[in-house]
Design a protein around this ligand. Structure first.
Ligand code: NAG
Ligand code: NAG
Ligand code: NAG
Ligand code: NAG
Ligand code: NAG
Ligand code: NAG
Ligand code: NAG
Ligand code: NAG
Length: 186
């Protein structure tokens, strides 16, 4: 078990150890929880995964991601257009979530799209829920190696996998929205 998954399991509330693998819902969003992150929604901009307010992004195609599962536990994303900044027009749909494969130089989490559908050195299948926490069912069992790197002081975090080398903080990705989302940007 890696340091990151140890950190994760050590931080789980006691009751969570009773959590079971759960069927993946037909539609869901992912929210990041961790030190200082109280349930920021995942959004997609220019091929990469972030959490925070998509209207804080400088990308003209940033939007929160609504997921639906495909075969082999592949997760497809489409834009939730509820919370867009002015002038933002997502030009993507049905993008495929990936985490970097072992040995990948780029440790960012992102999305394959029609322009880039190369699956070399990325993992696009095996995403499952354990309780309501998103994990990867890898060769060594369940892995949760999500980390977040603050983008300046924008309140946005870029999402990485199995990488804390630049000061990324470990996070857990859950499908449960924060109880008071209207205050989540404050
Ligand atoms: C598609 O992926 C490429 C490469 O990752 C990225 O540069 C591009 O911005 C993505 N397109 C959209 C619409 O997100
Ligand atoms: C947007 O651009 C500004 C100026 O380049 C930069 O300081 C800021 O970090 C960017 N915001 C995000 C969320 O990338
Ligand atoms: C989507 O818009 C971005 C600019 O924000 C551009 O780089 C990309 O090529 C566009 N993708 C498609 C599929 O139109
Ligand atoms: C879309 O995003 C809004 C704002 O974040 C949220 O309230 C709503 O539940 C989301 N819609 C779906 C279908 O997930
Ligand atoms: C969008 O534009 C309106 C009118 O100019 C402004 O009141 C609002 O704050 C803007 N919203 C964002 C997210 O920039
Ligand atoms: C999304 O793309 C996958 C292949 O990448 C395809 O199998 C699936 O049918 C597509 N879903 C929709 C709703 O277009
Ligand atoms: C995580 O990163 C470490 C160090 O780079 C590497 O040895 C290990 O194989 C990686 N684990 C996974 C599951 O990618
Ligand atoms: C496609 O995305 C993967 C993962 O980020 C990246 O390694 C690869 O270089 C990209 N290919 C192109 C053509 O952008």
């Amino acid at each position: 078990m890696s340091v990151l998954s140890l950190i994760f399991f050590a931080s789980l509330p006691f009751a969570a150890f009773g959590a079971q693998r759960r069927a993946t819902p037909e539609s869901f969003q992912l929210y990041a929880y961790g030190d200082g992150l109280g349930g920021l929604p995942m959004f997609h901009a220019d091929g990469y995964a972030y959490v925070g307010n998509p209207s804080s992004s400088n990308s003209s195609n940033a939007a929160e991601v609504m997921f639906s599962p495909g075969s082999d536990n592949t997760w497809f994303g489409s834009p939730n257009t509820t919370n867009l900044g002015n002038g933002t027009t997502p030009n993507w749909s049905n993008v495929t979530l990936f985490v970097p494969g072992p040995g990948s130089v780029d440790s960012r989490v992102g999305f394959l799209n029609g322009t880039n559908s190369s699956t070399s050195n990325v993992i696009t299948s095996g995403f499952v829920f354990y309780g309501s926490t998103a994990m990867l069912l890898g060769d060594d069992g369940l892995e949760t190696m999500w980390t977040g790197l603050a983008v300046g002081n924008t309140g946005v975090f870029a999402i990485y996998w199995n990488d804390t080398s630049s000061g990324q903080v470990p996070i857990s990705m859950r499908r449960v929205a924060p109880s008071n989302p209207s205050r989540r940007w404050s």
